[in-house]
Design a protein around this ligand. Structure first.
Ligand code: NAD
Length: 487
């Protein structure tokens, strides 16, 4: 553990000011295993102060025009972009992800989230219908909901937090946000830019701390009518229960057990590197990562051989080394959990083709105590196995064979989740047919993670409730009213 003198100490950001907290939580650098940061352990009192600030700021912020809010969002995007390298370094250190991923995915997307909603808020229209015979005109109007409670996870810290803050404030709400206690640093850094961007005090309040304390205080607060949550299904169940007495508006973006369906006629030169990436990008810690790969029998052996060879090229090591592809997992506990899944698969008689337990992991001297794991490919595993049913959220993927289209659709749908699927085939009719029948909020065919933020994002079944995107986020973060005028 580092000496307390060198520790980074974060403070809550309430009503435009940084305020210390009476107690703190240790935060670890996943690539070294050292405590390097202290995060406020906020509770009801801090959340109460943040809600009061958000309430005070609401009348002025909600009455600004969309154009005024848009200009402020654009300014904030410019400021984050100006400090992109500092944000990327901080995100990599705090989360364990590679510097390359933070530089090219996390922080550019956080910037784009503000730019996107700064633009989209200018283009919404409301509806109007006429009943000529009755002499009536109906129209809808949309107003901000009020104080938005925003709770985000640790895997894509600033990326996912800004995906909530940007639409919430673009629509005229004020915010009480809580990032994951394990990855709070970039949210704290962003708060330093709010004043310069022109965000009035109290519009965005950041309360750091544990989900069971600070998170629950937000969820249970009677003056927070809306909760946007991204995280695990278990936490979502708790949020649903705790918010039920208040009938809050909820958006729940949860986990996945995402299948790839690879048909005999797939272009393997495209499919194999893309499926390695979809399995192991960000250490497999993306809700959209592929974790069940179904390969049609005719190409199964060739696919497996080439897939394992490609996986072995992925270099695990110090996240700040630009040549590294796989960084550290978020925590010691999470690494243990992911390793245990591989052990369970082995105990069930599955084969581990590469990675955990079969290859040796060589780490640089400074990273020996970090939470690293080799990308792991499992095969000869049953669909009922926990590795094929539960979200592992680490660098582990299972490859199994199938015969027919009908069979693979049924097996792909045979889990409780329904977030993202990929289909690989050069037969256009099949691609449409299969995409229609998959129980999945997103289906990528012959590609992965190509996103148009205009369109709905979110999952079916246990993967969530609600969607996010230009129209969906606008509808979620506003209340609609139907007004009838008899003339
Ligand atoms: P988590 O549910 O443990 O925590 C998410 C957030 O909720 C954190 O800020 C946490 O402090 C807070 N929280 C925990 N308990 C709470 C409570 N009782 N009340 C209020 N807040 C509480 O999830 P995680 O481990 O941080 O993230 C990983 C999960 O997130 C995975 O399941 C992953 O698939 C999912 N995820 C989903 C998406 C998506 O868009 N669908 C994106 C990223 C991650």
């Amino acid at each position: 553990m580092s000496s307390s003198k060198t520790l980074l100490v974060l403070e809550n950001f309430i009503a435009g000011k940084f305020v210390p907290c009476s107690s703190y939580i240790d935060s670890y650098n996943p690539s070294t295993g050292d405590v390097y940061c202290r995060v406020p352990d906020s509770g009801k009192e801090e959340v109460e102060a943040a809600v009061r600030a958000a309430k005070d700021a609401f009348p002025v912020w909600s009455s600004k025009s969309p154009l005024e809010r848009s200009q402020i969002l654009n300014k904030l995007a410019d400021l984050i972009e100006h400090d992109l390298e500092a944000f990327a370094q901080a995100e990599s250190k705090d989360q364990g992800k590679t510097i390359t991923f933070a530089r090219t995915v996390d922080i550019p997307r956080a910037v784009y989230n503000f730019r996107f909603f700064a633009s989209s808020i200018l283009h919404h229209t409301t509806e109007c219908t006429e009943m000529v015979a009755m002499g009536c005109l109906h129209y809808t109007s949309r107003t901000p909901v009020g104080i938005a409670g925003l709770i985000s996870p640790w895997n894509l810290p600033l990326y996912l937090l800004t995906w909530k803050i940007a639409p919430a404030i673009a629509c005229g709400n004020t915010v009480v946000a809580k990032p994951s206690e394990m990855t709070s640093v970039t949210a704290w850094m962003m708060c330093k830019l709010f004043e310069k961007a022109g965000i009035p005090h109290g519009v965005v309040n950041m309360v750091f701390g544990m989900g069971s304390k600070a998170g629950e205080a937000i969820v249970c607060h009677p003056d927070v009518p809306l909760i946007s949550f991204t995280g695990s299904m278990l936490t979502a169940q708790c949020i649903t229960e705790k918010s039920a007495p208040h009938c809050k508006k909820l958006s729940l973006e949860l986990g996945g057990k995402n299948p790839a369906l690879i048909f005999d006629d797939a272009d393997l030169n495209q499919c194999i590197p893309a499926t390695v990436r979809s399995s192991f990008a960000n250490q497999g810690e993306i809700c959209l990562c592929t974790s069940r790969i179904f390969v049609q029998k005719g190409i199964y052996n060739e696919f497996l051989k080439r897939f394992v060879a490609e996986t072995k090229k992925w270099k695990v090591g110090n996240p700040s080394d630009p040549a590294v592809d796989v960084g550290a997992l978020i925590s010691k506990e999470h690494l243990e959990k992911v390793r245990n899944y591989v052990k369970k698969a082995q105990a069930e008689g599955a084969r581990i083709l590469c990675g955990e337990g079969v290859d040796s992991l060589v780490l640089p001297a400074g990273n020996q105590k970090g939470y690293f794991m080799l990308p792991t490919v499992i095969t000869e595993i049953k669909d009922e196995s926990c590795c094929m049913q539960e979200e592992i959220f680490g660098p582990v993927t299972c490859v199994v064979a199938f015969d027919t289209e009908e069979e693979v659709i049924e097996r792909a749908n045979g889990v409780k989740y329904g977030l993202a699927a990929t289909v690989w085939s050069s037969n256009v009719s099949r691609v449409h047919r299969v995409a229609q029948r998959l129980q999945s909020g997103l289906v990528w065919t012959n590609c992965w993670l190509v996103r148009d933020l205009n369109l709905p994002f979110g999952g079916m079944k246990a993967s969530g409730v609600g969607r996010e995107g230009a129209k969906d986020s606008y509808e979620f973060f506003t209340e609609v009213k139907t007004i009838t005028i008899k003339h």
